[in-house]
Ligand binder design. Structure first.
Ligand code: ADP
Ligand code: MN
Length: 381
């Protein structure tokens, strides 16, 4: 099983992993609260649409199976000990898993899971419970990733007093309390250096209401030219507007959840992504137009004109071709931007309690600042 460190992790605790042929699955240690949040998200489709797809869970162990007592086994690379979730088994069976045959690897993992269950509680200190999620950065060649921590309150209501005081101070001394968000970490592709410029959480914590716009300027600094950058910011404005409409209807408390924003930092890949989108839009428009024209013709000429009906059948075949596209099943095409909500270790569904006003505030402030950027830095004329 190939587990890799996630190559573009920008925030949070170290050690987020990815796996699969294209590193399409994120493997992340998770608190029971985060697991519960993902499990229950099926009941909240509107918000779940903003979350990475949840594939299941697995247990990683640093004790290599069959090598008990081997000193070297405790030192290093984690291996999969148990695997849960049909989606995940299917995905892994379908992909090439290192030297192992895919189906075998799943069978092995499942058998180990059964052994584990039979031996009752076997969760020793070397085990990590992980969630498996869609890797949102898949589909980008040079993903410029920003982790924007949302909300004014960063701790659970039942957190220990010490933690409340500590995180309360962090919020008050950063943009979290006044604006409802904080830039946690981000990285920007620099085409001249062919490398990413990285900004740590300390950079984000040092920003104030007065300087946070410069923080966003630093994030939108990939050398793509101002037209592309304007487009990127406009898309995030659209996403944030839609997201705001969603969370105003959702009853939950997000403590330290993040919006993960990503844009393509490579010019050619960016343009390729746009071209793919435009082809798709053109196909949809063409189909809708043909449909309307066909309807109009039928209205005018009635149904008994055989020749015309044959023409219509030919038209229909053309449109079926459009549907099939170049994309293979399940393959993620080149993206231009993406925005998702992640990190639910301290988030809970709270039916009856109304929306999370701290997060609503954060989205509104971010929107206002992005719009200011468009006015000041990226005017159209
Ligand atoms: P933590 O609880 O440690 O803060 P997060 O869920 O915030 O964990 O993840 C940490 C980092 O890992 C994020 O800032 C992001 O860079 C990356 N990451 C997490 N989930 C995903 C995902 N589904 N797709 C892509 N990157 C992710
Ligand atoms: Mn996080």
């Amino acid at each position: 099983m190939i587990l890799n460190p996630l190559s573009n992790q920008v925030g949070g605790h170290d050690g987020v992993l990815s796996m699969g042929d294209d590193n399409e699955i994120i493997v992340k240690r998770a608190l029971p609260q985060e697991l519960k949040f993902y499990e229950e998200s099926v009941l909240h489709a509107e918000l779940a649409a903003w979350m990475p797809t949840y594939y299941g869970t697995l247990t990683l162990t640093r004790n290599q199976p069959g090598q008990a007592g081997d000193q070297s086994s405790t030192s290093g690379v984690p291996t999969i000990k148990a695997l849960n979730g049909y989606a995940l088994s299917d995905m892994m069976a379908a992909s090439t898993l290192g030297q192992q045959d895919g189906a075998n690897a799943v069978a092995t993992a499942m058998a180990e899971a059964d052994d584990t269950a039979a031996e009752a509680e076997d969760n020793d200190a070397n085990d990590d419970e992980c969630i498996c999620l869609e890797n949102v950065s898949l589909g980008f060649k040079k993903p410029c990733v920003l982790d924007l921590k949302m909300g004014t309150q960063l701790y659970d209501d039942d957190a220990p007093e010490e933690k409340k005081a500590r995180l309360g101070a962090v919020a008050a001394n950063s943009t979290s309390l006044p604006l409802g968000f904080r830039m946690t970490g981000f990285e920007v592709y620099d085409s001249e250096k062919d490398d990413f410029t990285k900004y740590s959480k300390h950079y984000g914590k040092g920003l104030s209401e007065d300087t946070v716009l410069d923080g966003f300027r630093a994030y939108f600094a990939a050398k793509l030219g101002s037209d592309r950058m304007r487009l990127i910011i406009e898309r995030f404005v659209n996403d944030l507007t839609d997201f705001l409409a969603t969370i105003e209807t959702q009853e939950l408390r997000m403590r330290s959840s993040s919006l993960l924003m990503i844009y393509e930092g490579d010019t050619e890949a960016f343009d390729a992504g746009l071209a793919i989108e435009q082809e798709k839009i053109a196909a949809v428009v063409a189909r809708a137009q043909a449909h309307m024209e066909k309807g109009a013709r039928e209205d005018q000429e009635g149904d008994d004109d055989d020749e015309d009906n044959e023409d219509d059948d030919e038209d229909d075949e053309d449109f079926e071709d459009y549907d099939e596209d170049d994309e293979e099943d399940g393959e993620v095409g080149q993206k231009v931007t993406d925005m998702r909500l992640i990190d639910f270790g301290h988030s809970t569904w709270t039916p009856g309690q109304g929306p999370d006003e701290g997060v609503v505030k954060g989205v509104k402030s971010a929107l206002a600042l992005f719009e200011k950027l468009l006015e000041e830095d990226y005017q159209t004329d």
